[in-house]
Ligand binder design. Structure first.
Ligand SMILES: Nc1ncnc2c1ncn2[C@@H]1O[C@H](COP(=O)(O)OP(=O)(O)OP(=O)(O)O)[C@@H](O)[C@H]1O
Ligand SMILES: [Mg+2]
Length: 373
């Protein structure tokens, strides 16, 4: 059962459509991550859910009840703001207790919850300080604690970890997930960091220019991106995109460009038949390019290409190799290997085996995915 339903939600600021026909059904215990580039409408969406911004049109439904006209306080939503708004004149303790006090929670509950939340976010030694005596990261953790003490029906987080260093960020992320496990309330978490989205979301909604481009689990988005934007936005290093023309040769369909000639797998051939003679975008994730002798599939001239190694970047799992295809039209692309490529390969041309079973194809104009998986 959906606990929160958002239907055709739209927000118009003068001539700017900040949120454009957004539809989301949020499960009872679901942790949804809203991800997208700056200015795509994430904060505006959250503010409409919290009741801080009236919707221009559309419905926001909590359970069975349409809440568009219900004031923020009556919606019982806890929100952590992007600019971690805390009250400057209140101590850390009073800031955290604020939401409970304003709802007339019993003193014993406040005394129990405030120190526990502060401890969770490692600011329990700062309870007597005022916000101006705190670092940005500490203030952000006050804002997180303040939301966490609440018994809200919906939790909204607007980039709450953007001011934390990598280690604290990781820790706070785990704390938020642990608290979500305890509270089991629907939550919407905004970030523009796709790796954070992949790590945290039960589902992820990818937003662009006020619209939701795709909503699904991390593997839906990674393995079955609906369009070029999602394919490119999700995954680091980004997916490689090659403009290829689809050419029939004998009984097979080949993807061809000046530096590449590969045979498409059977399933893709069937679906792409009607694009024969046309140019499409072929997408291959960096991990689907292999050193031929280590490839987990048979390698032949029909699934190989070459590239010149420009940069080798070691990583915890192996390395990322940045390459250029061979003339006449060099194109940059990336491969990630599970082994480290020795530095002696820099500047050299190496063969690469392509796992075409994993290739994506997109309409070059609409950007829509051409394969059903
Ligand atoms: N009060 C406002 N008046 C006019 N335009 C606004 C207003 N608030 C937001 N906008 C515009 O609406 C669009 C969406 O803004 P929003 O703050 O929702 O983006 P965002 O996805 O949260 O971006 P960021 O990642 O930078 O926080 C932007 O183009 C912004 O300039
Ligand atoms: Mg924002």
């Amino acid at each position: 059962m959906a606990s929160i339903t958002i239907r055709h939600l739209t927000k118009q600021f003068d001539t700017k459509t900040a949120v454009n026909d957004v539809n989301i059904e949020l499960g009872e215990h679901e942790f949804l991550v809203l991800v997208g580039p700056s200015g795509c409408g994430k904060t505006t969406t959250l503010r409409m859910l919290a009741g801080l911004e009236p919707a221009t049109s559309g419905d926001i439904i909590f359970g069975e009840k349409r809440v568009n006209d219900i004031r923020p306080k009556q919606r019982n939503v806890a929100m952590v703001f992007q600019d971690y708004a805390v009250f400057p004149h209140l101590t850390v303790y009073d800031n955290i207790a604020y939401g409970l006090r304003s709802r007339r929670a019993p003193r014993s509950l406040i005394q129990e919850r405030v120190p526990t939340a502060a401890k969770t976010f490692r600011i329990d030694h700062l309870l007597k300080r005022k916000p101006r005596q705190l670092s940005g990261g500490e203030r952000q953790r006050v804002a997180l604690s303040r939301a966490m003490v609440r018994d809200a029906d919906l939790f909204l987080y607007d980039e709450p970890l953007s001011n934390l260093d990598a280690q604290l960020r990781h820790q706070a992320r785990e704390d938020i997930m642990a608290l979500h496990q305890i509270k089991q309330k629907p939550s919407v978490y905004v970030t523009h960091d796709q790796s954070e989205a992949m790590a945290m979301g039960d589902r992820i909604a990818v937003m662009r220019d006020g619209r939701i481009e795709q909503i699904g689990t991390g593997s839906d988005l990674y393995e079955r991106p609906a369009n070029l934007f999602v394919a490119y936005f999700i995954g680091t290093p980004s997916i490689n995109l090659f403009a290829v023309s689809l050419q029939q040769d004998g009984d097979a369909l080949f993807a061809v460009n000046p530096g590449l000639r590969v045979r498409l797998p059977e399933s893709a051939q069937m679906q792409l038949q009607r694009y024969t003679g046309k140019t499409v975008k072929m997408g291959l994730r960096p991990e689907d390019l292999h050193v031929p002798k280590l490839a987990p599939f048979p390698v032949s001239e029909d699934n190989q290409t070459e590239g010149v190694v420009n940069v080798i970047e070691p990583s915890s799992t192996g390395c990322a190799v940045y390459l250029s295809s061979i003339e006449p039209e060099p194109q940059d692309f990336t491969a990630t290997f599970r082994t480290r490529l020795p530095a002696s390969y820099l500047g050299k041309e190496i063969p690469l085996a392509l796992n075409l079973e994993k290739a994506h194809f997109f309409d070059p104009e609409s950007g829509d995915s051409l394969l059903k998986r």
